[in-house]
Design a protein around this ligand. Sequence first.
Ligand code: AMP
Length: 325
Amino acid sequence: MKDLTIVGSVAFDDLEMPSGIFENVLGGAATYAAIASSLLASPRVVGVVGNDFGDEHLAMLKKRGIDTEGIERANGRTFRWRGRYSQDLASRETLDTQLNVFAEFKPKLPAKYTESNFVLLGNIHPALQLDVLAQIQKAGETTKKKPKLVAADTMNLWISTEPKLLGALIEKIDLLIINDEEARELAGMTNLARAAGEIRRKFSAHRKDSPLRLIVKKGEHGALLFDDAGPFFAPAYPLEEVRDPTGAGDSFAGGVLGYLAKMDDASPKALRRAIFHGSALGSFCVEDIGTKRLAAVSPADYRARLEAFVRFVDYGGDLWPSPVN
Ligand code: AMP
């Protein structure tokens, strides 16, 4: 019931932070999303690692109830990414991306992975995201079962280098999760509300069912949802100390999908609540380098952060009579 299939990068990151340089840090979109969602659901990860990927990392994922059967070990080096953050951690620059074993990766989903009700196509080359989705759809023709919701994340690199493949992917999914810069680039316009409308229109032309839903992440400024129920906003939790924003977006996506999978519900109401879970998990992620803090979150920590979130956005439930008059 709570099954969530996740594809995305499994990586080693080199992070140049104002606080120092951290190398060979376990990272990757699928890693962050799986760890975050494991607090809520039962993630199943599709990916590939090289022979430099220590068994202790797989053991850590398994210990959290993450199914790693879909993580293949190939001969070569694990995906590597190197980034440098600005002094205020608000922006970063990619210094190096090495696809390594992901360059030749042909995902082969274990049969049970094709039966999950929820799917997160995390950030990786759109050809791989499409391949995973095709396997799920093909299996569904036999089992007569299709996922309740397929979500995808992507990044600037794929928007600029693989627009056709990415477009083909977005037409097939139910929920796109991108950041504000990516939304503007994808739509070719700066006003975010208009860009969201344009993206929803552009990629919904061939859809028989409901139009594409869109979440626009704004980092420390929260996240917006655009769906048929109208725009919705949830803030990010204000933290006094942020150490490393890497993976916050993937943790957010993992939290959103994890909550939907836990509730087995893809309704507009569930999606609005899910965004708070995504924001809570994103807020843990940034508190330490790499996956360190996220992997240490206890159920009690999680509950406390959610309660703090509820207090943070509690305005008393009634805005009338207006205090202005
Ligand atoms: P986020 O900070 O949520 O955008 O994600 C950071 C993670 O994305 C890092 O752990 C990287 O390993 C991973 N990453 C960076 N570039 C790529 C890429 N081109 N494809 C897939 N994953 C990437």
